[in-house]
Structure formats: structure tokens, C-alpha cells
Design a protein around this ligand. Structure first.
Ligand code: DX5
Ligand code: ZN
Length: 226
């Protein structure tokens, strides 16, 4: 298990879009490490959010790492334009890209870090043959599409399984966990091996966002020391 401090990645999905630059600035001042950007197309998932123009316009507003989560069908068609918009990580769904290996190579060839994501019903075995070419695996702990849902407990063992494979094979990808993460569930995912956690609702509804981030990091480190 990676014992480095937990990275917190607030998802702008739960931000007030009418004040988006200010909201993204609070991600920086809270001490969070990454900005998580949920792109939804109304086809792979029921919801529609925003596209590459939104990310391009936000890029000068924040020095933080941009972690873009593409919940779109055939993501390979959009990789280049998202890379040009200033994303650092581009994560695609294994369920959405038939030639997943090629898509991940394309992301890297565009100068970005490559991530692969799994919805709750997809087993880890589906991505075993691409784990040597990914920079992160994003485990969905809710069915993607909406913020503010409850974590599905059955997804936790996939985090442990990935952590074990990573240790056995000597891989160095990060394990990012997305959906229903709060001060309670962060303990469970950290003890299973999460390195990064996405939080939308919990971050944006916290009374004190900086306190929230520091409490999350503290809770995760207590679990990893156990
Ligand atoms: C869900 C998105 C998540 C979402 C998480 O489809 O991928 O990133 O914003 O939101 P919370 O933390 O509220 O579950
Ligand atoms: Zn996400």
C-alpha cells in the first residue's frame, strides 16, 4: 500500500457554475491537490455536464492538476481536444472504449497521463491487460452520472484487489476512488489502498472546506497506519 498522504480531488460537478472561477479557487485555498472534472454526454450516463471549452476557460484560473473523467461513449474521438484544453489526467471508461489499449496509448501520446475507470458492475479483471500502461485507475464507488449518491459497499473489494495486483506486479499507477466519499467512507477506501479520492457533495457542502480537506487527509493516514 502507498503510504503517501491522501490526495483530495474535489469534483466541480457540485460547484455553483455561476461562480465557477471562485469555486475552483477555493479548491486551491482549501489545500486540496487536484481538480476533478466530470464530463458527461447524456449517452454513456444519463446526465450532461460540460465539454472541453469549459475546461480550457478554467485552465488559467487554477495551478492545480486537472483530473478529467470522461463519462462519454467512444472517448477516443475526444481525447485530442481534451488534451489541448489543458487536462493533466484523462480517464476513460473501460466499458466505453472497445480498443481500450489504443485509447490509453493515444492519451499518453497527446502528453497527458492516462487513466482507466470501471463502473461498479465491471470487474477488475477487465483491465488487467492494460495496467502496465496506465497512470491511474479510477474505481467508481457509485453508478456514474450524479453527485451526492451513497457509496456501494460491494465496490470496496475491487480497491483491495487492485492494490494487491499493483504490489504483486510492481506497477506504479495511482488508485483513485470516485463516488459517495465523505469523512466516514474515506476511512474504508483508504484502508483498501486508495491514493486519491474524488469528493463533490462532501467538499462543496462543507462549512469549512480547508478543515474538511485536512480532516480527510488525517482520517486516511490513521487508517493507513493501522
Ligand atoms: C459521478 C462523478 C463523481 C461525482 C462525485 O458520476 O463521477 O465525480 O462528482 O460526487 P459525490 O462526491 O457527491 O459522490
Ligand atoms: Zn468523476
Amino acid at each position: 500500500m502507498n503510504t503517501a498522504p491522501l490526495l483530495v480531488a474535489p469534483s466541480v460537478l457540485s460547484a455553483d457554475f455561476s461562480r465557477i472561477a471562485e469555486e475552483v479557487e477555493t479548491i486551491r485555498t482549501s489545500g486540496a491537490a487536484w481538480v476533478h472534472l466530470d464530463v458527461m454526454d447524456g449517452s454513456f450516463v444519463p446526465n450532461i455536464t460540460f465539454g472541453h471549452k469549459f475546461i480550457k476557460d478554467l485552465r488559467p484560473c487554477s495551478p492545480l492538476l486537472f483530473d478529467t473523467h470522461l463519462m462519454v461513449t467512444q472517448p477516443e474521438r475526444h481525447v485530442e481536444i481534451f488534451a489541448q484544453s489543458g487536462c493533466d489526467y484523462i480517464t476513460v471508461h473501460a466499458e466505453a472504449s472497445i480498443h481500450l489499449h489504443r485509447t490509453l496509448q493515444l492519451i499518453r501520446s497527446c502528453g497527458c497521463k492516462a487513466g482507466v475507470s470501471l463502473v461498479p458492475s465491471t470487474p477488475v479483471s477487465m483491465i488487467e491487460s492494460v495496467l502496465d500502461i496506465v497512470d491511474q485507475v479510477l474505481i467508481m464507488t457509485v453508478n456514474p452520472g450524479f453527485g451526492g449518491q451513497q457509496l456501494i459497499p460491494a465496490t470496496l473489494r475491487k480497491i483491495s484487489e487492485l492494490d494487491q495486483i499493483r504490489a504483486d506486479e510492481g506497477y506504479d499507477f495511482l488508485i483513485n476512488v470516485d463516488g459517495g466519499i465523505n469523512l466516514r467512507t474515506v476511512r474504508d477506501v483508504a484502508s483498501c489502498g486508495a491514493d486519491v479520492v474524488v469528493c463533490g457533495n462532501a467538499f462543496f457542502t462543507a462549512e469549512d472546506r480547508a478543515q474538511f480537506v485536512s480532516d480527510m487527509i488525517q482520517a486516511a493516514s490513521e487508517e493507513k497506519r493501522r
